[in-house]
Design a protein around this ligand. Sequence first.
Ligand code: HEC
Length: 161
Amino acid sequence: MSRISVTAIAAAAWLGLGVAGSALAQDMAAGKAVFASNCAVCHQANGQGQDGLAPALTTYPGRYAGTDAGRKLLAHVVLNGMIGAIENGGKQYNGNMPNFRALSDAELADVLTYIAIGLPGVGTTGGKPFTAEEVKAVRAPAIAPTEIRRQRADVVKEAGL
Ligand code: HEC
């Protein structure tokens, strides 16, 4: 094999990685923007939460974004909202999170990718980027926000949190 073709193969491999890497970077930047305009008002700019108002997103979601049930729950939370008493990191919340059904599947996938693996200091366990298809698959039917809270209890328990 000539020196030139080895270099060409190496360059092609490098470009391939670059393209895949930049697609994730783009989704993450888009997710960060969706987060800033829709979620930060309650969960704060870096997802650190506000005592008594909205839980931190830097610990729990990243921990359960690695399981099928946890990923479905995250999509359900943004599509349906959540109402009722929960515990997050030893703190109690009893809030009413609105739903974000008005956002597109791609926007919701991007914001979930951002909170699952992109927030500063996120405690990720096996989380991977979300796809628009994953959100689309659970968009219908709408589910009561109190039922989402019940599903969260199962997921949190299974994740050992
Ligand atoms: C109006 C305030 C508000 C906004 C805006 C908001 N949330 Fe929430 N969020 C909450 C509250 C309150 C809870 C806890 C609900 C409960 O007590 O049952 C919550 C819970 C969550 C949870 C579950 C956390 C856990 O511990 O399992 C996730 C994930 C989440 N929100 C993501 C988001 C995302 C993503 C957005 C933006 C698209 C968003 N939230 C916008 C108030 C908000």
